[in-house]
Design a protein around this ligand. Structure first.
Ligand SMILES: [Fe+2]
Ligand SMILES: [Fe+2]
Length: 255
C-alpha cells in the first residue's frame, strides 16, 4: 500500500516539506546531536546516511543560506541584529538599568544577561552566556551574568526583589531549584559582586512589556566602551569562547 494513502499528520507533513527543501539546497545541511536530543531523539546525522539521501551533494561547511548573511568581521551588534531571535527583553532590561542611573557595567550586564537564551541554548543559560562574553567584558559582568541564573530564584527584600510571580505561572507553585542552583546562590550571596548580579534580577522582572519602545542604538556606545570587540571579528578571533560565537555564526557546519 502507498504509505501516503493515509493523510499525513502535521509533523509528518512538516518533515516532508523539510525534506523537499533540503533536496533543493546546494549542500547537505546537518543537525547537531544536541538538536536531535532536544527533539527527544538519541541519534546523529551520519555521513553515509546523509550522502545516500542526497546523492552527488557535498556537506555544508560555511554559511547557512537560510540565515541572514553576516559581515566578514562580525561585531556583537551584528549578532544582535542577525542572529539573536529576540532582543526586546534584553533591551528593556538594559533601558531600565540606564534610566535607573546604574553604572555602565550594570547596564551591559543587563543587556547581555540572557544572550544564551536568544542565540544558543536555554538550559543553564547563565553559565553559557557568561562563558560567551567572558573574554570580552569586565570579569564582574561575566560573573554577574553567570550567577543571575541562581539569584533570580531567591528574594532580597532589601532591594525589593521577591520571587517572581511569573515563575509560579511557568514552573508551578511547588517548583524547587536544583541543589547546584541553591549552592550557587549561597556562594553568590556572600560574594563581593553580589549586588551587580542582583541588579540584573531587579531590572529583569520589569522587562517583559511587549509595548515598550526600545532600541539597540541606545547601547551602541556603551557596547563600544565596555565590550572588547576583536579586530578579526567576534568568533574569528582566538579567544577561549570564539568557538561558541562561530557555532552561532555557522550552526549547521558538518564539522
Ligand atoms: Fe536569565
Ligand atoms: Fe531575563
Amino acid at each position: 500500500m502507498n504509505e501516503h494513502a493515509q493523510p499525513l499528520s502535521m509533523s509528518e507533513r512538516a518533515d516532508e516539506l523539510e525534506e523537499e527543501k533540503m533536496h533543493e539546497m546546494e549542500r547537505i545541511i546537518t543537525r547537531s546531536t544536541i538538536a536531535h536530543l532536544m527533539d527527544g531523539n538519541i541519534k546523529m546525522d551520519t555521513s553515509p546516511e546523509m550522502r545516500a539521501r542526497y546523492p552527488g551533494k557535498f556537506f555544508l561547511m560555511g554559511d547557512d543560506p537560510r540565515l541572514p548573511p553576516m559581515p566578514q568581521k562580525p561585531t556583537l551588534v551584528d549578532y544582535f541584529r542577525h542572529r539573536f531571535a529576540s532582543t526586546a527583553h534584553l533591551l528593556q532590561s538594559a533601558t531600565h538599568a540606564l534610566k535607573g542611573g546604574q553604572p555602565e557595567k550594570v547596564v551591559l550586564a543587563c543587556l547581555l544577561h540572557d544572550i544564551a537564551i536568544v542565540s544558543f541554548i536555554r538550559c543553564d543559560h547563565g553559565y553559557w552566556g557568561a562563558q560567551m562574553i567572558e573574554p570580552y567584558v569586565d570579569e564582574e559582568v561575566a560573573w554577574a551574568v553567570k550567577t543571575h541564573q541562581a539569584l533570580r530564584f531567591f528574594s532580597d527584600e532589601t532591594v525589593g526583589y521577591g520571587y517572581p510571580d511569573l515563575y509560579k505561572q511557568l514552573f508551578g507553585p511547588d517548583y524547587q531549584p536544583e541543589p547546584y542552583i541553591v549552592e550557587e546562590y549561597k556562594r553568590a550571596r556572600a560574594h563581593k559582586w553580589y549586588m551587580t548580579s542582583r541588579l540584573i534580577c531587579v531590572n529583569d522582572i520589569y522587562s517583559f512589556d511587549p509595548n515598550a519602545r526600545v532600541s539597540l542604538d541606545d547601547f551602541v556606545d556603551i557596547i563600544g566602551r565596555n565590550f572588547r570587540q576583536p579586530k578579526e571579528g567576534l568568533g574569528l578571533d582566538n579567544s577561549p569562547s570564539a568557538h561558541m560565537w562561530r557555532t552561532i555564526l555557522w550552526p549547521t557546519r558538518f564539522l
